[in-house]
Design a binder for this molecule. Structure first.
Ligand SMILES: Cc1cc2nc3c(=O)[nH]c(=O)nc-3n(C[C@H](O)[C@H](O)[C@H](O)COP(=O)(O)OP(=O)(O)OC[C@H]3O[C@@H](n4cnc5c(N)ncnc54)[C@H](O)[C@@H]3O)c2cc1C
Length: 228
């Protein structure tokens, strides 16, 4: 049996190689989408032609969403806890996650590859800074390791895993599976591959588009043309 922390072959590394996302499976293809759009005419085709490509582009750009719900994707995601928190706000996805109540092995912690400063104009935003951030990154890494040490000490003292995990930081890496249809995936990408989204979750949204490229190349092209 394979451990869930082992990334799928097609995975893409993100966050300075500390996180990754891969596609586990998908249901349907671009022909499924245009056939779903034409169900009302009682027509079905086996292959895509130029008109189908135009139709698909039209469906996406005009938010004609229901045909897009006939294609479904499952991803495996390795990310910090705070990214998982943002991701799980998307209620139209289905999730399953590795549990710290069952496992204590392979604990990893995220240290930002580059420190950003708080934006002055927007409380939700950050800005790049040109400075040596080695000492700040070391502080974060030390805190991560200190939390892990305390967690292990609590376990050694006989504290149960479900309580001890409370001392683990937001930087703890978690692995989860997430399944979504194409319509809601496009909505996610619209919100999270955006300059308004936090850099960390945006890295995953950008990687998802790369994972989509070989499977739904025309959808990929439409999304690229719509990128704000
Ligand atoms: C840049 C950014 C900043 C954010 N900041 C904050 C923040 O400060 N605080 C905070 O709490 N959240 C924040 N969020 C989260 C945000 O409010 C949404 O919860 C998150 O983006 C999920 O969006 P969604 O509800 O559209 O997606 P999904 O949950 O996937 O839903 C998709 C669509 O389905 C429909 N839908 C789903 N569930 C319901 C329902 N119960 N009733 C009616 N319609 C439904 C809606 O049309 C919805 O748009 C932020 C998100 C972004 C992108």
């Amino acid at each position: 049996m394979q451990h869930i922390n082992i990334p799928p072959e097609n995975h893409i590394k993100v966050l300075g190689d500390q996180g990754w996302i891969g596609m586990i499976d998908h249901l349907g293809n671009e022909t499924t989408l245009v056939n779903a759009a034409r169900v009302s005419f009682g027509k079905m085709k086996d292959d895509m032609d130029d008109k189908d490509v135009q139709l698909l582009d039209y469906l996406i750009k005009n938010r004609h969403t229901s045909p897009l719900e006939h294609m479904v994707f499952t991803f495996s995601i390795h990310c910090p806890l705070f990214v998982r928190g943002q991701w799980h706000r998307h209620r139209t996805w289905s999730y399953n996650e590795i549990s710290r109540r069952y496992t204590e092995v392979d604990m990893e912690f995220y240290t930002p590859p580059k420190i950003r400063a708080q934006a002055k104009s927007d409380r939700q935003a950050s800005v790049d800074i040109d400075m040596d951030d080695t000492a700040l990154r070391a502080k974060i890494s030390d805190h991560n390791q200190g939390s892990l040490k305390l967690y292990n000490e609590l376990l050694d003292d006989g504290v149960c895993r479900e309580q001890a995990r409370g001392v683990l930081p937001q930087n703890m890496m978690v692995t989860f599976w997430a399944t979504v249809d194409l319509s809601n995936l496009i909505h996610f990408l619209d919100l999270r591959d955006s300059e308004h989204a936090q850099w960390e979750i945006r890295e995953y949204a950008i990687a998802i588009k790369q994972l989509l490229k070989p499977i739904v190349p025309n959808v990929f092209n439409t999304l690229k043309s719509m990128q704000k």
